[in-house]
Design a protein around this ligand. Structure first.
Ligand code: AMP
Length: 432
């Protein structure tokens, strides 16, 4: 028989985990807005050129990992592999340079890369990201890094390692690239086939190679951070000072170039010891040329992206998901068909009062309904039948203790509100 399964590299986010993601996203929205960020939602696909121009033709993402297709109108479109280029395209398209600067935006949504799937690496994965566009002030670099760290802390992550680097700019990079090319050329024989091509195409990408022999060669390669011009050096030192001021611990990692071409000056990455081989939980950097690349005026920018799957795994391993209580408040057990209409009225009255409630829709016997209420984890069951309707009294059963009390039917909603308030939070308050 034919078996239908989610495509390779994709996962269904089932309710238990989806609830956690909602919590992570809510925490992000709260904190990001505290720092002045506003939400933006861009399309899941863009013109292919958007990514070719920004991420770079010779990067792994563009060369090997993009989901590119022709639509029925003959346009080449690509499922977004990352969130920055679309946001910058939107910034330019909507003349956001005319707004008070910097423009601070955050997003969340799925990204697509045709990578080899493994634990923590998927073909569709979600990112939470921010972009601060319009300022080159090193204080905003520090703020961006700090925001990422503070976000991780706010969801309970403790042990994190922050790596930072400076990637220089169009003034100091060309001379450095010549040096790097010379060095790589001298070591050509020790490099893999892909890296040999990278020497001429885009030598910075040599630092991204996963081959051990290439990494060994690159250990001794000249590093951008040692060839920064005065302005970039000053910028980087200021970023460091601001981080020091906030007691943020970091490691300078000269090999940190990140897999995209658009970065200038500050680059950073955070790794978690709770994750396996794919331990980068978030990363970002400055991109001072990107707005121009999309036809806008020269405008600096900086941002980061956090991988939601990896974040969720790390928070779980840290044991920091406070509660994923999905228990509903009240189940209305219908004792006989005559009470069904009254039960439905009651059901909506309860929900109106913000009490989570449900009834049986499967035609179960009373015994079956109770079994269901127990399995599904309702906190209370209310019994409604013609007897209750005649006497005007209903029983409320505490499903945990088995205790039962009787209350007047016309006071039921108020009584339930009172009881629920006295006890632990319900799904309507969820995790926090
Ligand atoms: P990047 O855009 O490559 O800098 O990625 C930013 C963050 O997204 C990384 O630190 C990861 O947490 C996450 N990420 C990147 N690629 C994947 C992937 N294929 N699967 C899952 N998460 C990913």
């Amino acid at each position: 028989m034919l078996q239908f399964k989610a495509p390779k590299g994709t996962t269904d986010i089932l309710p238990d985990v989806a609830r956690r993601w909602q919590y992570l996203e809510r925490k992000a929205a709260e904190l990001f807005s505290l720092y002045g960020y506003e939400p933006i939602i861009t399309p899941v696909f863009e013109h292919t050129e958007i990514f070719q121009r920004s991420i770079g033709m010779s990067t792994d993402i563009v060369q090997k990992e993009m989901y590119t297709f022709m639509d029925k109108g003959g346009r080449s479109l690509t499922l977004r592999p990352e969130g920055t280029a679309p946001v910058i395209r939107a910034y330019v398209e909507h003349n956001m340079n005319l707004l008070p600067q910097p423009v601070k935006l955050y997003y969340t949504g799925p990204m697509f890369r045709y990578e080899r799937p493994q634990a923590g690496r998927y073909r569709q994965f979600w990112q939470l990201g921010i972009e601060a566009i319009g300022s080159d002030d090193p204080a905003i670099d520090a703020e961006t890094i700090l925001l990422m760290i503070n976000y991780f802390k706010s969801v309970g992550l403790k042990e994190l390692t922050l790596y930072i680097n400076s990637m220089g700019c169009d003034k100091d990079r060309p001379a450095y690239i010549r040096l790097l090319k010379d060095y790589a050329g001298e070591n050509r024989e020790k490099l893999c086939k892909d890296c040999r091509k990278r020497i001429d195409l885009n030598p910075l990408r040599l630092f991204d190679c996963k081959e051990e022999s290439c990494q060994l060669v690159m250990q001794d390669a000249p590093k951008m951070i040692d060839y920064l011009d005065e302005a970039c050096k000053e910028h980087f030192n200021k970023v460091r000072q601001y981080l020091d001021m906030q007691s943020i611990v970091y490691i300078i990692k000269p090999e940190l170039v990140r897999g995209l071409d658009y970065y200038t000056k500050t680059a950073f990455e955070v790794v978690s010891p709770l994750l396996g081989a794919q331990n980068a939980i978030g990363g970002g950097g400055r991109y001072n040329k990107l707005v121009e690349e999309f036809g806008g005026p020269p405008t600096p920018g900086i941002g980061f992206a956090i991988g939601t799957e990896r974040l969720s795994i790390a928070v779980d391993k840290e044991g920091a998901f406070v509660s994923t209580d999905s228990k509903m408040d009240v189940f209305i057990a219908i004792a006989d068909e005559a009470a069904k209409s009254a039960a439905i009225n009651l059901l909506f009255a309860l929900r109106e009062a913000k009490i989570s409630a449900d009834i049986d829709y499967m035609g179960r016997s009373l015994k079956g309904q109770l079994k269901y209420a127990d399995k599904r984890g309702f906190k209370y069951t209310v019994f409604l039948g013609s007897r209750e309707l005649e006497s005007g009294k209903v029983a409320i059963k505490n499903m945990e203790t088995g205790e039962q009390i009787e209350v007047p039917l016309n006071e039921l909603v108020d009584k339930l509100l009172e009881i629920i308030k006295q006890n632990q939070p319900s799904i309507s308050q969820t995790i926090d």
